[in-house]
Structures are given as structure tokens and as C-alpha cells.
Ligand binder design. Structure first.
Ligand code: SF4
Length: 189
């Protein structure tokens, strides 16, 4: 049986939302409770329960079996849930293959991480890494032009220094030697 996961959160809290998003992206099942939406005795009882795990009663507080994780801590969650860091793996693999061809990851690591996570989400969803910035149909044949790296990347990087999603860029783009302009969509829907 899978270890039960419980999350105490606030409906208004950005860290709680980011943690939920992370757990959802990892397709992890969990129970969550927005404590700010509770009232009276129910709220008091839950706060008492949280204090046993986290005396500061801060949010989110996540209980995984008998382990407590406080705050939006993806590395700790990954470790507690036994998830390997597939994003890092993908990053290293793609970098090795693409850089010699003249395609570099955007120097903004956070942006790149989000896009790689989205590519992995699409891989789970559709069975192939559909472009995160385009609507995939779920039919690999119909979407073959937008499987990353898409067929439009070459022309986009040549003309604008960046692919449509700003994932792959040229060396000059990363070094600010060319302007960073919006890359128009080439795909005809
Ligand atoms: S636009 Fe960029 S991220 Fe999207 S599929 Fe093309 S190369 Fe990949």
C-alpha cells in the first residue's frame, strides 16, 4: 500500500499552490486541507493536529508517513517520495546532444526547468514530448512537427536566435548580442 500523504495548506498561499502543482505534476495522490476555509472547532482541532507535527503551524505542512516536510521543498519531497530528478537527467542528456549542433539552453535555468518539467508532463500524457507552448492533439502523427525539438526550431533560431518557447537559443542570444524579440508562431493550425 502507498504511504499516505497529507497536506495542510492555505487556499491563498503561493507556496501551498506551488507544492500542490508539483505533487500534481508528479502524479502523486494526496489529501489536502485548506485550513483557512475551516471555522470554529473544526479549525481549532486541525491546528492542534498540525502543531503536533510542526509547532510553528506554518504552511504548507506535508506529512508523508511519519515524516514531516514544512514549506515548498521539491528536493525533500522528491527524496521522501522516492522520485528521481528526471529534469536534471533530461537537461544533461539534451545539452550533450544539442550544444554541438549550436542549440543552447536558455541561460535562465528556472525557465528551462519549467519547460523541461512540462515536456515530461506531456510525455506522461501523450507518450511523446509535445512542445509545451502548443496545444497537442494526442495523436503522434498529427503532432510530429511539434515533438521537441520541433521542426520549426532551426528556422526560428536562425531568424530570431530562439525557438518559439525560448527553450533553445543561440549563443549570441544568451550573450545578449542580438535582441530578444517575441518569436511568432510558424505552425499553421
Ligand atoms: S518551440 Fe522550443 S520547446 Fe517547443 S518544441 Fe520547439 S524546440 Fe521544443
Amino acid at each position: 500500500m502507498a504511504t499516505p500523504i497529507k497536506m495542510y495548506s492555505l487556499s491563498t498561499c503561493g507556496h501551498c499552490k506551488a507544492t500542490k502543482r508539483f505533487l500534481n505534476d508528479c502524479m502523486v495522490e494526496y489529501d489536502s486541507m485548506d485550513v483557512d476555509l475551516l471555522e470554529g472547532e473544526e479549525r481549532a482541532a486541525i491546528l492542534e493536529e498540525i502543531r503536533k507535527w510542526n509547532p510553528n503551524c506554518s504552511f504548507p505542512t506535508i506529512i508523508i508517513g511519519d515524516r514531516v516536510i514544512v514549506g515548498h521543498r521539491e528536493d525533500e519531497l522528491r527524496e521522501a517520495l522516492g522520485l528521481t530528478n528526471n529534469v536534471e537527467l533530461l537537461f544533461e542528456t539534451m545539452k550533450k546532444v544539442q550544444e554541438p549542433k549550436g542549440y543552447f539552453f536558455n541561460r535562465d535555468k528556472e525557465h528551462v526547468t519549467q519547460l523541461l518539467e512540462a515536456l515530461l508532463t506531456n510525455k506522461e500524457r501523450y507518450g511523446y514530448m509535445a512542445c509545451p507552448c502548443r496545444l497537442a492533439s494526442g495523436d503522434r502523427e498529427k503532432d510530429k512537427d511539434i515533438v521537441c525539438p520541433c521542426v520549426y526550431r532551426e528556422a526560428d533560431v536562425k531568424e530570431y536566435g530562439s525557438c518559439y518557447c525560448n527553450l533553445y537559443v543561440s549563443k549570441e542570444w544568451n550573450e545578449d548580442k542580438i535582441p530578444h524579440v517575441y518569436v511568432p508562431e510558424r505552425r499553421k493550425n
